[in-house]
Design a protein around this ligand. Sequence first.
Ligand code: NAD
Length: 491
Amino acid sequence: MSEVLEDVRRFVGRSDHGMTIDDGHDLPAVSGAMLDVVDPATERVIAQVAAGDGRDVAVAVGAARQAFEDGRWTSLPPARRAEILWRLADLIERDAAVLARIDASDVGTPIAQTAGSPASAARTLRFYAGWCTKIYGSVNPVGAELFGYTDREPVGVVAGIGAWNSPLVIAASKVGPALAAGNTIVLKPAEQAPLSTLWFARLLAEAGVPPGVVNVVTGEGPAVGPPLVEHPDVQLVTFTGSVPVGQDIHRRANAGLKDVVLELGGKSPNVVFGDADIGAAARSTVRQMCSNAAQVCFTGSRVIVHESVLSSYVDTVARLLKEVRIGPGLDPDTQLGPVVSGAQKGRVEGFLDAAARDGAEVAYGGTRREGPGYFVTPTLLTGVRNDMTVAREEVFGPIIGVMGFTDEEEAVALANDTRFGLAAGLWTGDLARAHRVARRLRAGTVWVNTYGVLDRSAPSGGFGLSGMGREHGDAWLNHFTGYKSVYISLG
Ligand code: NAD
């Protein structure tokens, strides 16, 4: 353990973190500029990373393009690529304790939760390692005079831009399929939490990933994002983040006729029927509020509860919230950590004012917390309506709104009354109702009597403002390959 602490201290405490481009680590930005990284539990600057811009993007994309064209990755036998991805997963697991502590300091997520992130990232890489040897083409029925086949080729250079809430898992989700299909990639981690991605980058060479295949450019979104998306050598943009930035990326990618996959926000309904296990539904809500301080895209932030169990559900959640231990991410006893930044705290607490103005009632919490640390009081609101700001907009913090319903028809209508469509939950003891309602909920993922479980075998993503395309599952890999059809004369 003391070795882990020493590794973390040395890594996190550095003020000279640079980018990973080609075979270089710790490359400074061309401009020489640096960016502060802050521990949200203390508000103290814990590290500095290079603040890249378009010039660094040009170098990184150039390295990725060169690596793609000379075939150092693409031409490796697929089974060898699989071994390397598998080895990368092993190395993440080897360094799990360090990576968990880095994200607990950098994102503020309780270490009890970040402890699961390396395993999740490793599972993701292993899932895609399996695909390396299973990307088949086809022979086409083109007639007696010709032999025709369709091959699937990697698309080239991929841009992977990620949010701060789960940096390691997001990086693995983009690198895994990109590399499985034979592409090269430029990753742009979020400026609020870049450190675990930089540690991840240091494992690439040890795993056997050739230089230039995975490059990391750090810096602020507006300085790095647009030149990366617009770079003519980038063929596919995969983005995880907010709706406005997703819309901007979509416009820019569209102008360059690039493929783009957008994993955006949500305002997910969580419907509790009168015949549900109310204790289980309430515990799930509290877990979601604590999970990364509800800075999770699919949080069930609009809970729609049958009138017959409304007071029992609200009382149980409020009672459980009283017992939640709030503290810094690095404290092993912490259940609810801070939100990621001062800006995020201000934004989240702003929803308390909006909710009060709109007439919602506070069943638990509702108060502001003083610093140091960007802590937000977990808050349960009742009497929420879908026309209130707190029900329309993504909060991305531990504020949950509850509304009542009287019949199934009303529950479905309330649940679907949103511009988002990322996820939904429903709690019932009636199997037929579970299937009936799951079918009618407009959401990319629906959970029944559970919430938040994800497996890489299943596509995930959303309808409406929650994004475009789906990550994971088999269809996801199609974005990373292009089809080439060949006709050969037999005459
Ligand atoms: P954000 O959109 O502010 O930033 C995401 C990334 O985009 C960062 O790396 C940022 O630097 C970069 N960026 C910022 N401006 C850019 C620009 N003009 N062009 C290109 N890139 C730019 O999002 P965030 O605040 O980091 O993350 C929170 C959001 O992410 C929430 O809305 C959440 O729901 C969403 N999210 C979605 C999923 C999902 O799978 N659907 C998962 C995690 C987070």
